[in-house]
Design a binder for this molecule. Structure first.
Ligand SMILES: Cc1cc2nc3c(=O)[nH]c(=O)nc-3n(C[C@H](O)[C@H](O)[C@H](O)COP(=O)(O)OP(=O)(O)OC[C@H]3O[C@@H](n4cnc5c(N)ncnc54)[C@H](O)[C@@H]3O)c2cc1C
Length: 409
């Protein structure tokens, strides 16, 4: 009797949940081939770090600056990440800015309650640590590749193709760790005529998958336009001296300044990175401005609209100057290498996808990510839980305890 061949799993997305899925599958004993396909240059997704080859000291968390664990049991992957030194507790002071310019030190918002952690020397270390836990054997990461088309062969295998229609991989199972290929927003962002997963599975009679797709299609997102600044020399001194590292804005302050949060990230060489996260309302009004460095702009080879981008940068910079003037004094954001990073789908809004729809065995499709309902929804905690849940479900889907089927079938 031939031994059963381990089945291949293709995971689209190497953000926290995609990397966590790879790590948890390995921890649970899955040894089959697993690939990760990521359009970004590296792992991390919305919890990634901007780095530069020309400036090795630069590390700016331009998405999530931290993660918080609010409920027990904590994700099982947390402990090995801590033990491996990939993440560390974050005990810095947090402040809340009120609309009347009153600063309330020590008052967290929903992203600051519970136990707080951050990636050691950058949030991307969280995903790097997860990839480390996944191990080298059998895990193949492909970066800088946008999976554009999905196809199902008559034998029920998944084919992943790029924008030119070139085959990237054929796999037994498909996992979407981001919503892009299953959500109508891809039609708006990329001008695609159809939602790729919907198109590939329209002919199937898989009611569970159809239910999952309509539920995902109904998810809405909050957006963020983030201004990245790096202050050097004298200009960095007042930032580094502030008695807090994170400022949240209450509803009135968001309305007044168009900002939601400011993350202050001192660099080891004396500089200070500052990331001003816009309010959802501000980002929604400027959704057409991507930021020249964004992956979407690169993928679509969009012309850089310098005028529009300058406007958004100036507007966010002015808001920052005004709201923190009492604590920072005068500052000129234009001297701090301003850059814009737009997150069109920064935070999914409830309701998300119910856990019962995250594995569709008939079509061999799985979903994980912070858009799955449950503890930590719309946060890293939820991305980790969703991956652990899917890993267990994937393994249970095959009687052998690992996703396997007889070779040659
Ligand atoms: C500005 C900002 C601040 C935040 N602050 C916090 C915070 O303080 N605390 C917290 O817990 N959470 C925070 N979050 C949310 C947190 O970042 C997310 O919950 C978490 O990172 C989600 O991980 P994920 O793996 O589910 O999704 P993602 O990080 O979005 O990963 C999905 C990945 O799939 C890739 N991908 C998608 N489609 C394709 C395709 N077709 N081909 C190739 N690649 C593809 C994407 O590029 C992406 O890397 C913040 C988010 C933002 C944007």
């Amino acid at each position: 009797m031939p031994r059963p061949a381990p089945e291949t799993i293709a995971v689209i997305g190497a953000g926290v949940s995609g990397c966590a899925l790879a790590a948890q599958l390995r921890r649970l004993g899955h040894r089959g081939p697993l690939s990760l396909w990521e359009t970004g240059r590296g792992a991390g997704g919305r919890a990634s770090t901007r780095r530069s080859r020309e400036d090795p000291q630069l590390a700016v968390d331009h998405g999530a600056p931290l993660l918080n664990i609010t409920a027990e049991p904590a994700p099982a992957l947390l402990e090995p990440l801590l033990a491996g030194g990939w993440i560390e507790p974050w005990n810095e002071p947090v402040a809340m800015l009120e609309g009347e310019s009153r600063l309330n030190i020590g008052r967290p918002d929903a992203l600051g309650i519970g136990r707080l952690y951050r990636g050691r020397s950058g949030m991307d270390q969280l995903s790097q640590g997860l990839l480390h836990l996944a191990g080298d054997t059998g895990v193949r990461g492909h970066f800088g590749v946008l999976v554009r088309h999905l196809e199902l062969t008559p034998a029920g295998r998944w084919r992943l193709l790029d924008a030119a229609g070139q085959l990237l991989e054929e796999a037994d199972w498909l996992v979407l760790s981001g919503t892009l290929l299953a959500h109508p927003r891809s039609r708006l962002i990329f001008d695609w005529p159809e939602v790729p997963l919907e198109r590939a599975t329209r002919h199937l009679q898989d009611l569970q998958l159809a239910h999952a797709l309509t539920t995902i299609a109904g998810i809405r997102f909050e957006a963020r336009s983030n201004l990245l600044l790096v202050f050097a020399g004298e200009a960095a001194v007042p930032w580094r001296a502030l008695p807090f590292r994170l400022v949240n804005f209450d509803a009135a302050a968001q309305q007044r300044w168009g900002l939601r949060r400011i993350s202050i990230q001192p660099l080891e060489d004396g500089r200070c990175a500052v990331v001003a996260h816009s309010s959802h309302a501000f980002a929604a009004d400027h959704l057409d401005v991507y930021g020249a460095g964004s992956a979407v702009a690169r993928q679509l080879q969009l012309p850089v609209e310098e005028g529009r981008e300058e406007e958004v940068i100036t507007s966010l910079g002015d808001a920052l100057v005004q709201c923190l003037a009492p604590w920072i004094g005068t500052m000129d954001p234009q001297e701090a290498e301003p850059r814009l990073m737009r997150w069109a789908a920064a935070f999914p809004l409830p309701p998300g996808l119910p856990p019962s729809l995250t594995l569709c065995p008939a079509s061999r499709v799985g979903f994980c990510g912070d858009y799955i309902d449950g503890v930590g929804f719309a946060r890293i905690e939820g991305a980790l839980h969703s991956a652990e849940h899917l890993a267990a479900a994937l393994l249970a889907a095959a009687p052998s305890g690992a996703p396997c089927r007889p070779a040659g079938s």
